[in-house]
Design a protein around this ligand. Structure first.
Ligand SMILES: Nc1ncnc2c1ncn2[C@@H]1O[C@H](COP(=O)(O)OP(=O)(O)O)[C@@H](O)[C@H]1O
Ligand SMILES: [Mg+2]
Length: 594
């Protein structure tokens, strides 16, 4: 049985164009149709108040100041109040409902992204830096939402305003309106050029924000290394490069934005001058009352703002597209492949590797090279070998953190690829090389995930077995003490003991302990080991040990070198053989005596 390496299975760089991104985004927004409808109505009413105001000026000027019409003089002040009241109310309604839809979409996309984070194949995390991923969730989702709501507002409201104003202008004088319209294409050309630049700089800004996040989070996470090895200057330099890149991209975007405005304004001014020239020099002046002229000029002035916003909105829309590209391509990333269909309720814990090969990169070298061995239920298997020999990689294939590409791994004589992932994994407990405690109490860290309903007594038993009870009880609030990033800080050894307690509590038939006691002193390690010996009876256990003294009782010791097993046997057998294992043993003895 073979299957493709997950690493090659996805490629995130499919180009998705702006239109399809908006179509997809619209899909999210359309879930809130009713709110959108309210917003839409608000926007249109708001848009209508502008031509209404321009139209109002004509009778106001002609009727009151020129003709002194008592009828108009009576309603003129109230009409003005009405127009502005309408404007205010519609502005509030459209703003509120647009924001409501926008925030709902942000929340939904964020939770979908987070869900994707939880389900990606592990190789994805190897290849993508966490800064970029977090930026995506925090910053780019925001940009996408802004593009959507602000874009919608400007596009609907301003386009409607422009249409309304132009219609009114047409009504007053089509000749002058044509002059105004002729400047349109010139403005459109500038917009399209500007938008291309915007898109480019927006993407650069996003990338550099990701780099800034990454480098600063490293600096925050490793202050000791930075100080001891005098890395501050290098870190500073590294940071300055991305910080400067960020500044430059922003400035380039700002310049584009700032330049586009005056150019558009100037073109409008040219149109305006032409209009003044024509209307004062041609026969038009006879047909025009002062009210008509003022109304036309006002409508034209009122055009300026929406046109201005239309040119600006492009920057928002373009950053939205850039953000949408990254967001949707992550959402389209394949989840961890789960092609298995079988489930095992209870497993005995027999494991067999048959000619298993694995590599992290499809074009890289084999990290696991034709491995063969069998483990009987309940046996203790120890993996030893120099770091980089492939021990972690080998055990990580068991719960299918990574998929092998040729050979077979069998659990109770069933290929692990035939089992559903969740079913396969429920038979394992795991203590990894790097321990991360979750923000929360000690208790919740031990009774994590599927163990969340464990009784206090069980949790206590697990802590005792992991030799963690003493230090836990010495903490300010015992089992309820908060640990993790925002809580009490624990030592490496204490964290390991909590992780071991978690694995013990899981009560799984197969255990993986990857250097699980590496941060402990020899005394504690020995004590935990003897407690584990009792606990592990009847459970298949894979132990990666850095101290050989802890694995002497193993049923089988596998000595690894460059992804292959070079020796296999019990402690006694391997010592008697006098080769690789005996050599390692000799070396450690010498060290221990020193
Ligand atoms: N996530 C990964 N992506 C690519 N290569 C890796 C990854 N993890 C480990 N390797 C490489 O695989 C080899 C075996 O590593 P590992 O299994 O961690 O060894 P060990 O646990 O014996 O120290 C090393 O050469 C290492 O560089
Ligand atoms: Mg390792």
């Amino acid at each position: 049985m073979s299957q493709p390496n997950t690493v090659s299975a996805h490629s995130a760089d499919e180009t998705i164009n702006g239109f399809s991104i908006y179509k997809r985004l619209a899909g999210y927004a359309l879930e809130y149709r009713l709110f959108l409808l309210f917003a839409f109505i608000g926007l249109l009413i708001n848009a209508a108040t502008q031509p209404l105001f321009a139209a109002y000026l004509k009778p106001l000027l002609d009727g009151t100041f020129m003709d002194k019409d008592p009828e108009i003089i009576r309603w003129a002040p109230f009409a003005l109040l009405f127009i502005f009241l309408l404007r205010g109310i519609s502005g509030f309604i459209s703003g509120y409902f647009l924001s409501l839809v926008g925030r709902n979409v942000v929340t939904k996309i964020r939770s979908q992204l987070f869900d994707r984070f939880l389900n990606l194949p592990l190789s994805y995390y190897d290849k993508n830096n966490s800064g970029q991923l977090i930026t995506l969730l925090i910053f780019q989702v925001e940009q996408l939402a802004e593009a959507a709501t602000k874009g919608l507002k400007v596009l609907i409201q301003d386009i409607a305003t422009i249409i309304g104003l132009l219609a009114w202008m047409m009504y007053l004088s089509w000749e002058l309106t044509v002059v105004v319209l002729l400047t349109g294409p010139v403005i459109a050309l500038i917009i399209s050029y500007v938008s291309k630049r915007f898109r480019r700089f927006s993407r650069q800004i996003q990338d550099s924000v990701g780099d800034v996040t990454q480098i600063s989070s490293e600096a925050i996470a490793a202050p000791q290394e930075i100080r001891i090895f005098d890395g501050a200057a290098d870190e500073k330099k590294r940071f300055e490069v991305v910080n400067e890149k960020n500044r430059r991209s922003f400035m380039k975007r700002t310049v584009t934005e700032l330049l586009s405005m005056p150019i558009v304004h100037f073109i409008v001014a040219i149109a305006l001058s032409i209009i003044i020239y024509i209307s004062t020099n041609d026969g038009l002046i006879e047909r025009f009352t002062p009210g008509t002229f003022m109304s036309f000029m006002s409508a034209m002035m009122l055009l300026l703002d929406p046109v201005k916003r239309l040119t600006k909105v492009n920057s928002t829309l373009q950053s939205g597209i850039a953000a949408g590209e990254s967001i949707f391509s992550l959402l389209d990333e394949e989840k961890e492949k789960d092609i298995g269909t079988k489930s095992l309720d209870v497993v005995k814990g027999k494991i067999a590797f048959k000619q298993v090969k694995f590599r992290y990169d499809t074009d890289g070298k084999d990290i696991i090279n034709a491995i063969n061995f069998t483990v009987e239920p309940g046996q203790k298997i120890a993996l030893v070998g120099q770091s980089g020999s492939g021990k972690t990689t080998l055990v990580n294939m068991l719960p299918r953190f990574y998929n092998y590409y040729s050979g077979d791994i069998l659990l109770d004589d069933i290929a692990i690829t035939d089992l559903k992932l969740s079913n396969l994994r429920q038979h394992f407990a795991y203590v990894g090389q790097d321990i991360t405690l979750f923000n929360g109490s000690v208790k919740n860290n031990i009774a994590y995930g599927k163990m969340r309903y464990a009784t206090d007594d069980k949790i206590r038993q697990a802590a005792i077995a992991a030799h963690a009870l003493d230090f836990i009880e010495a903490l300010p609030n015992g089992f309820d003490t908060l640990v993790g990033e925002n809580g009490t800080l624990l030592s490496g050894g204490q964290k390991q003991r909590i992780a071991i307690a978690r694995a013990i509590l899981a009560d799984a038939p197969i255990l993986i302990l990857d250097e699980a006691t590496s941060a402990l002193d020899t005394q504690s390690e020995k004590a935990i080991q003897s407690a584990l010996d009792v606990l592990l009876q009847g459970r298949t256990t894979f132990m990666i040990a850095h101290r050989l003294s802890t694995i002497e009782s193993a049923d089988k010791i596998l000595v690894m070198e460059q992804g292959a097993i070079i020796e296999m046997g019990t402690h006694q057998e391997l010592l008697a053989k006098g080769t690789a294992y005996a050599g390692l043993h000799q070396m450690q003895l010498a060290n221990d005596i020193k």
